[in-house]
Design a protein around this ligand. Structure first.
Ligand SMILES: [Zn+2]
Length: 110
């Protein structure tokens, strides 16, 4: 089993495995599955069970990739938003005054 893959390779892997089912199911039902998995991740975070946590992160990541694929978004491209640090202040680590980050401004190329 390969250990290293880019986020784009992961998205392609999920597409090869599930895209036919996912695309015929459609966006709204798939989004419900995604949110259900996010809920299971919340439960795992509360329980603190490491195996359960890793499992739920896997599921959320897979469903996130599915949502991107159905929406025509390339996660490799999407990840580039953060490639140069914080998209808002341009710093790494972020020096924005408020904690929380993940701002929604588009990043300039670095
Ligand atoms: Zn910042």
């Amino acid at each position: 089993m390969p250990r290293e893959m880019t986020i784009g390779e992961f998205q392609q892997l999920i597409e090869r495995t599930y895209y036919d089912k996912d695309s015929s199911r459609g966006l709204a039902p798939s989004f419900m599955w995604f949110i259900e998995e996010v809920g299971e991740l919340a439960q795992a975070l509360r329980s603190g069970d490491r195996n359960e946590l890793a499992d739920e992160f896997s599921d959320v990541l897979a469903w996130l990739a599915t949502m991107a694929s159905i929406s025509g978004i390339d996660l490799e491209d999407a990840a580039q938003k953060y490639a140069c640090g914080c998209p808002k202040c341009g710093e790494m680590p972020c020096t924005c005054p408020e904690p929380g980050g993940h701002q929604s401004e588009s990043s300039a190329s670095c």
